[in-house]
Design a protein around this ligand. Structure first.
Ligand code: GAR
Length: 192
């Protein structure tokens, strides 16, 4: 039996796409479901292209009910990957998946993390701070933004001439390069 991953994403889903590509031919692991809080999110189109089912939910469902946890359990989901998902994960979900929820953040945490620090906000802050390097952090998820145990970090150089687009591009390249293989290594170690 394959281990089953659910991806949570709020936007474009380029990392989700890399994960779908990576596990498409795996005999051990599959992306079984894509969930989003945003009915307009392009990640829904990407899931469709891979014939992966998706589910759209709202704040009430997520924070005030067990609908999402029940859905994941009913679909026999083993592991959760956050890929540009912007809402805090509620306690019931963390308790249902202890040590089985992982996030990617476009900075070398603990720098440039916390509430409101997502996507371009992070890249902008890195640029304004005049940093000479940027990076990514892959980490376990707890009840606070960007605070769970780190699994992997990687860095890239920032040149003085780099603009926001360039910084974002370098960060995305690193994310796409490492997220699928790190997820594979972590998921291989868990019990079905
Ligand atoms: C990624 O860069 C990811 O690190 C970031 O959102 C982007 C989503 O891009 N996540 C956060 O900032 C979480 N705090 P994508 O939709 O193209 O994968």
């Amino acid at each position: 039996m394959k281990k089953r991953i659910a991806i949570f994403a709020s936007g474009s889903g380029s990392n989700a796409q890399k994960l779908m590509e990576h596990f498409k031919r795996s005999n051990e692991i599959e992306i079984s479901l894509v969930l989003t809080n945003n009915a307009e999110a392009y990640v829904l189109q990407r899931a469709d292209n891979f014939e992966i089912p998706s589910h759209i939910f709202d704040k009430h469902e997520f924070y005030k009910t067990d609908v999402i946890t029940d859905l994941l359990k009913n679909l026999d989901i083993d592991f959760i990957v956050l890929a540009g998902f912007l809402w805090l994960i509620p306690k019931n979900l963390i308790e249902a998946y202890p040590g089985r929820i992982v996030n990617i953040h476009p900075a070398i945490l603990p720098k440039f993390g916390g509430k409101g620090m997502f996507g371009d906000h992070v890249h902008n802050a890195v640029m304004l701070a005049g940093e000479s390097e940027g990076g990514i952090t892959i980490h376990y998820v707890d009840e606070n933004y960007d605070e769970g145990e780190y699994i992997y970090q990687a860095k890239y150089k920032i040149d003085k001439s780099d603009n926001l687009e360039m910084i974002k591009f370098k960060g995305q390249q690193l994310e796409h390069q490492h997220y699928p293989r790190i997820i594979e290594a972590v998921v291989k170690k868990i019990k079905k």
